[in-house]
Design a protein around this ligand. Structure first.
Ligand code: GCO
Ligand code: MG
Length: 406
């Protein structure tokens, strides 16, 4: 069997997604997600200009060999652009192999280790009443674990939330250019406010509902330690990305001061980013996405390594992971032993029409379905009807104008 065609498809059914579609000489197709939010076209070029010429004529069954040759052969290793491109190839090859075998991908990864995959959803509210409405909406949809994000008094727009009337999530326009929205931040105000938010949520929704929180890399280690400690009475499922993730050593300080479980890793793209964190058991959940970590092959290895330290999986799954990346994640979730939880925000109807998928969500749980491969079909015509739109992630500034982590 040979790869005879490789298409890089960019579509924007509400937001941008990059997909690699490989086709074999026997007419079998495989899909991989290569979406890197806000830097999409860099991955398109990496794939189109540098990877596709290497793939044509190769045997799609040689997944590990192809992965190693793309990783080692480039000489320039790691980084989100490289690893998103390699991820798309890896997942497309697994999709092909599983289709040829006539099996859903999870069967090739060891078979099901559980019946279904538990998820968490995102509740956001500028104020406490808005937040409660958002939590109730998620509970009605069946979610059984909920991430809590709120506005902070005095700030117009913080990560994932903005006050009524402010449109921080929308980009500004200058001439023909689209520029990032700018949000604002004050760590002191945030640290003072957040414990009262969790107290209110616990009073309203009781002690049993698993609650999560994402600090989105905004704190220093000692600030994160204080936050973890102040949230202990509210029994969080986890505190996510409490410090900028590239400083692994910083997590030692956080860990010494709090028993709040810690999750990290959505911006990591290789196992080396986790070495200190896993070896010293400084975290409880590893958070990388299939899409940004080089695919199913290396992520499965990371989970096996993490398992030796009682660390569980929590694959990154916001809206900017396409249904292709989401499907690959759900197969992996079902198969590995040390599964923790899957982030799941769902996609718009239109996105689900462009990417028809076999995975299903009910009762707060996902299942990958039984279709051979990863179980996603890409509608090329509908994808083409929704072309790329330039877009950036927001940026973040302190009240005096200093750029801060977003
Ligand atoms: C999460 C994340 C995301 C990221 C987004 C950036 O926990 O889901 O923090 O919402 O901000 O993926 O593109
Ligand atoms: Mg996050």
């Amino acid at each position: 069997m040979k790869i005879v065609d490789a298409k890089v498809v960019v579509t924007s059914p509400g937001r941008n997604f990059v997909t690699l579609q490989l086709t074999t000489d026997e007419g079998v197709t495989g899909l991989g997600d290569a979406t890197l939010n806000g830097r999409e076209l860099a991955v398109v070029s990496y794939l189109q200009d540098h990877v596709v010429p290497l793939l044509l004529g190769t045997d799609p069954h040689r997944i590990e060999d192809t992965w190693q040759s793309l990783y080692r052969g480039a000489y320039w290793r790691r980084g989100p652009v490289t690893m998103a491109a390699i991820a798309a190839v890896d997942v497309a090859l697994w999709d092909i192999k599983a289709k040829v075998a006539g099996l859903p991908l999870y069967q090739l990864l060891g078979g099901a280790s559980r019946d279904r995959v538990r998820t968490y959803g995102h509740a956001n509210g500028a104020s406490i009443p808005e937040l409660f409405d958002s939590v109730r909406g998620l509970l009605e949809q069946g979610y059984q674990s909920i991430r809590i994000q709120t506005g902070v008094p005095g700030l117009k727009a913080v990560y994932g939330v903005h006050a009524a009337g402010a449109h921080a999530a929308n980009p500004t326009r200058l001439d023909q250019r689209v520029l990032p929205a700018v949000e604002d931040w004050d760590t002191g105000a945030y640290l003072r406010h957040i414990p009262s938010v969790f107290e209110a949520v616990r009073n309203e929704f009781g002690p049993d509902l698993p609650l999560l929180h994402d600090a989105h890399h905004r704190l220093t280690p000692i600030q994160a330690a204080r936050l973890g400690k102040s949230l202990e009475p509210y029994d969080l499922f986890w505190l996510e990305d409490c410090t900028p993730a590239e400083n692994q050593d910083g997590l030692r300080l956080v860990r010494e001061h709090t028993t709040t479980p810690l999750a990290i890793g959505e911006v990591f793209n290789t196992v080396f980013d986790y070495q200190t964190l896993v070896d010293e058991q400084l975290i409880d959940y590893v958070r990388s996405a299939v899409t940004h970590f080089g695919g199913v092959s290396p992520l499965k290895k990371l989970f096996d390594y993490a398992a030796q330290h009682q660390i569980k999986s929590a694959i990154h799954g916001p809206e900017d992971i396409s249904p292709v990346g989401m499907a690959a994640a759900i197969h992996l979730d079902l198969a590995i032993h040390n599964f923790g939880i899957q982030e799941y925000s769902g996609h718009t109807e239109l996105t689900n029409e462009v990417f028809r998928h076999a995975y299903t969500f009910s009762d707060g749980h996902l299942h990958p379905g039984e279709a051979p491969g990863i179980g996603v079909e890409l509608d090329l015509e509908l994808a083409a009807a929704h072309p790329y739109q330039q877009a950036y992630l927001p940026t973040n500034r302190l009240q005096d104008g200093t750029v801060h982590d977003w």
